[in-house]
Ligand binder design. Sequence first.
Ligand SMILES: [Zn+2]
Ligand SMILES: [Zn+2]
Length: 418
Amino acid sequence: MRSALFLAALAVLAPTAAHAQANPDWHRAIPGFKIAGNLYYVGTADLAVYLITTPQGNILINSDFKEDVPTIRKSVEGLGFKWADTKILLISHAHGDHDEGVGLIKQQTGAQLMVMDADVAQVESTAPGRPGAKVDRVLHDRDTVELGGAKLTARLTPGHTPGCTTWLMPVTDGARTLNAVIIGSPNVNAGYILVNNRTYPQIAADYVKTFAILKTTPVDLFLGAHGAYFNLKEKLPKMNGGTNPFIDPEGYKAYVAERDQAFEKELAKQRAEAHVSDAPGFDIAWNHVALSVPNIAESIAWYEKMLGFKGTVRGGGTPNARQQVADLRRGNVTIELFQLADAAPLPESRKNPSQDFLTHGVKHFGFEVKNLPAVLAELKAKGVRIAFEMRDTPTEAFAFISDNAGNAIELIEHKPAR
Ligand SMILES: [Zn+2]
Ligand SMILES: [Zn+2]
């Protein structure tokens, strides 16, 4: 468990420059293109950026990393639109691959930055890799963003980040109106802690909410924060065919179902690991039981006579010592005896097992015997006090005896199954 926590603490959850270098598509420029109606793709080969054009200016969803901003600008201008017409800036979620450049774009265009409530702190953070950009409008689940006839709805789809946002928008394309869905992210990144997450305790419940929303959202145009979500690479070359490859409700359904399964699998794995890590990593073997007795010599004599133990007083025994300790041993059973001056006597109620159970605490210890009636007959002949007469059942017989100090000892005989 310690090593798991340690690894989790080291795990870098947000994409970093190091991660970025690992995926060449993240920074690879591709020409901007029209998806449908007034909705355009202006991102890199994998880091999706969407441009929504209106007569009153444009909306941009995502900034990618800072270094990708010139690429995005080129795509916007390559489509014949003005960078300075960017009026509203939105994000999929507060990870560097989608929001690191928002401060820069705000500076260049004066766009209003609008971010889902739970991701605002991360967007405004000036920590390394964070944009440190002032959020102009805080969004909440189902809020709408409107400009020049375009209307986007922000759906809070948390888990990947607490404020992860899926954008919904009707796109008028010729005579048709298409429901565009831009998935914020359904992914559980490597190193994400779904069980006992201290900084994001409700993360697993949030993913569950997100999948419920994604599964019930009507979709025609299947889009997302990364091109990989919706197979941009395979669909883009099909753009010049008869049908729009981004109209893909079946692909959307399959993708969401697959991601849901991946989440559930990871959750089950982490739950199992958490369970395992709760189990002690050490073995134990039975060692001893300790009794405080009024007279250690009398107790040793009783246990030797009645139950065949061998008693030894530690240090040979000093008659007037205020404390004496002895060990009683028979086979692998050890009973430790203490005799302390001024110790209070055992209360009467503790000497009767049925009554003793009415007080919480350690109640008795027990020994397995082979033939309980014969054992009891022998002990009775030696003068043992019976605290609870033998009870016989088809599977076992048991009785309680009292030692010389009144401690209850159970004797039990388990009968072989017939
Ligand atoms: Zn992310
Ligand atoms: Zn991402």
